[in-house]
Design a protein around this ligand. Structure first.
Ligand code: ADP
Ligand code: MG
Length: 681
């Protein structure tokens, strides 16, 4: 065997370059990450010829000291970690100390850098041959120029795609940086033309600079915290989808990642709303404690490993699906649009105590219970005055100006104010549920943020969950109302107008006609019922004539054994019948037609990937199939009674979608018809 050689660093770097520097966009990524790690607030990126000719990243970060400039080019030179233990707690984007050395070895690289108190220095490398440090002119920060990438690695060069293609890849990377770091102002030029620019303001602004302003109205802004995991960002609504996954950005602890567990959780949450080959839009930031995630998986650091996939999957799935399914708790997760005008009294009565805006973890001002009470108390004189009609109120004619935290005069008029005695009593005791309820009823507008009734002190913490239920409930009702306004129609005004092709039922209402796909409608209604039963654990079981035996290997059996309870809860009677066998004696009535071996294979198919996938999610899919089978088909001749029954069940909800994401109802207006007949143009 040949003698073992310690590779010279130039050779080693070029091998490492294969891992870190695959193509121009990976260079952009590494350089921008270094700029971010250096604390830059402004980053300019310039590329030429898809980055093949030039990639230049200029930042206003901390800069590199003269003494460190040389070591920056050396492999495993990093200022970010010093010892092995630091790996447990990585907060910077870079930490391997590989990027600069690797890139330098396959290009002509020049770093010009100036620290705040130092002079500006420059050092170049030609294919890894490091030159001499010279003084240069430059601003605070670092300017890294990478020219002629892969000039000495012809094989790599051959693998590159066209300039335009490489440019698009880079644009994608820059977009992600903009979405990830809304606090940094990015400017990005390709061949001298400005392609993207953000200003380091808000999250909305970052999204708008990448996707355009229209996108926001199709999204929910969410901010949720569950089991120490925070999930925030924008997700597309049920009706908004994209034909591919390029509109999905996921950031974990500030790092762009691709992760199978997280994407499975998100796609499963959307599964009953989107058709096949439609993908949700999202820009999600997930923050988890550093100890439960391992980012040191691969040099390009795109994937991460979680200590417990199940928790991550569960949290993300439950947050997103509750929002899409319109569950009560969703209102806790949806951030109300800050720009939405809130109608409030423009002039505050004298006694009003101005509540200072306090930033919370959600970035909004909130009121504590006590503060909310104070606000109300402060408004008391105004109310009394108006009610008695004794005093002309000053604010009647004043132009209404939306302002948070004040109560509309009309509502004050009806408020039953507590007597002084009641107020005193109230101070004695802790806030009660009914107080919260009453406040909500009387002043829906006061509780404009989700934690309006949040109780802050530690001994009251336990009650928070309970109190939140009211804030939740309130928002839920609001949301329902908002939704129903959009999609719900008053069915009493609908007149049955016949059917087409034995499939489409028509209902006329004023100048509109609703065309309902009888199969899709029935399917959705059955699906909703099945899902509800499943969620309420009220599943009817159907005993099987013949016992079914499930034979598995040891690994699979362990997997099923851990989930026996869950499987039983969804309506299976299942028992262990040996080390590696299970017998099934009953199945959920609604899934009678299910092929048990296929069903269990699907569950077991996930064993390697995400052990976290909940059976309920697989079931959702099965339920959709069951619903589809059970539903009346298109072309099936329904009686008038059946048609009416179906329509009644729909309860005026014209926004329904079938479990596969297709619309149930299509609306046609008189105008549209008249246009077809050219009565109007
Ligand atoms: P890593 O980022 O993993 O530490 P790199 O090879 O990317 O390794 O960078 C090596 C070192 O060079 C960094 O640790 C940092 O000290 C310095 N450096 C690189 N780019 C910059 C920059 N834009 N501003 C300040 N320091 C930088
Ligand atoms: Mg780096």
């Amino acid at each position: 065997m040949a003698k073992i050689n310690i590779l010279p660093s130039k050779v080693y770097n070029r091998i490492a370059a294969g891992e870190v520097v695959e193509r121009p966009c990976s260079v952009v990524k590494e350089l921008v990450e270094n700029a971010i790690d250096a604390g830059a607030t402004e980053i300019e990126i310039r590329i030429e010829k898809g980055g093949k000719q030039l990639i230049r990243v200029i930042d206003n970060g901390c800069g590199i000291e003269r003494d460190d400039l040389h070591s920056a080019f050396l492999p495993h030179a990093t200022s970010k970690i010093a010892k092995a233990e630091d790996l447990e707690n990585i907060l910077t984007l870079g930490f391997r100390g590989e990027a600069v050395a690797s890139i330098a070895s396959v290009s002509k690289m020049t770093i010009t850098s100036k620290t705040k108190d130092g002079k500006c220095y420059r050092l170049s490398s030609d294919g890894g041959e490091i030159g001499q440090i010279t003084e240069a002119a430059g601003e605070d920060g670092t300017d890294v120029a990478v020219e002629m990438l892969f000039f000495n690695a012809p094989v790599r060069l051959n693998f590159l795609k066209t300039d335009k293609h490489e440019e698009t890849e880079i644009t994608n990377f820059v977009s992600r940086f903009i979405l990830n770091r809304q606090d940094i102002a990015f400017t990005y030029y390709a061949d001298g033309k400005k392609v993207l620019q953000s200003f380091g303001g808000s999250e909305e602004e970052a999204i708008v600079s990448v996707y355009g302003a229209a996108i926001l109205s199709d999204c929910y802004k969410i901010d949720a915290e569950k089991h120490g995991i925070r999930i925030r960002g924008y997700i597309g609504n049920q009706n908004f989808s994209k034909p591919n996954k390029s509109y999905q950005s996921l950031f974990l602890n500030g790092r762009y990642i691709l992760n199978a567990t997280v994407s499975a959780a998100i796609s499963n949450a959307y599964s009953s709303y989107l058709m096949k080959r439609q993908y949700p839009f999202y820009v999600l930031h997930i923050d988890v404690p550093t100890e439960i995630v391992d980012v040191n998986v691969h040099p390009n650091k795109a994937d991460v490993r979680f200590a417990d996939n199940q928790i991550i999957y569960g949290c993300i799935y439950s947050v997103i699906s509750s929002i899409l399914d319109g569950q009560t708790k969703a209102l806790d997760y949806i951030v109300r649009d800050k720009t939405e005008p809130i109608t409030e009294t423009p002039v505050k009565p004298e006694k009003t105590v101005e509540t200072p805006k306090r930033p919370t973890s959600f970035g909004f001002a909130t009121l504590t219970y006590e503060e909310a009470q104070k606000e109300i108390e402060a408004c008391a004189p105004a109310f009394t005055a108006k009610k008695q009609g004794a005093i002309e109120l000053p604010f009647e004619d004043v132009k209404k100006e939306p302002r948070k935290g004040f109560i509309p005069a009309e509502q004050i008029a009806d408020y039953q104010f507590p007597t002084p005695q009641e107020v005193a009593e109230q101070k004695e005791r802790k806030p009660q549920k009914k107080d919260a309820e009453r406040l909500h009823k009387q002043f829906p507008d006061l509780f404009f943020e989700r934690h309006a009734l949040e109780l802050k002190s530690s001994e009251q913490k336990k009650e928070t969950a309970e109190e939140d239920a009211f804030a939740q409930n309130k928002r839920y009702l609001e949301e329902l109302e908002r939704k129903s306004k959009q999609n719900k129609i008053d069915v009493s005004a609908c007149v049955y107008a016949g059917k087409l092709f034995n499939t489409y039922l028509m209902y006329e209402r004023g100048d509109e006609v609703y065309i309902i796909d009888q199969h899709a409608a029935h399917e959705r209604l059955i699906f909703n019922r099945l899902k509800e039963q499943m969620q309420n654990r009220a599943v009817a079981r159907q005993p099987m004539l013949l016992l079914y035996t499930l034979r598995l290997n040891a690994f699979e059996s362990a997997f099923i054994r851990e989930r026996l309870q869950e499987i039983r809860e969804i309506g299976f009677d299942i028992e262990e019948s040996g080390e590696t066998a299970f017998s099934i004696t009953a199945i959920p009535v609604d899934l009678q037609s299910i092929d048990l071996s296929v069903f269990f294979n699907e569950i077991l198919g996930d064993i390697g990937g995400y052990r976290a996938i909940k059976l309920v999610d697989i079931l959702k899919d099965k339920l959709a199939t069951a619903a589809c089978k059970a539903a009346v088909k298109g072309g099936m001749d329904l009686t008038r009674e059946e048609i009416d029954a179906l329509f009644t069940l729909m309860d005026g909800d014209m926004g329904l979608k079938c479990p596969h994401g297709r619309p149930v109802v299509v609306k046609l207006t008189r105008t549209e018809l008249e246009k077809m007949f050219k009565r109007i143009v």
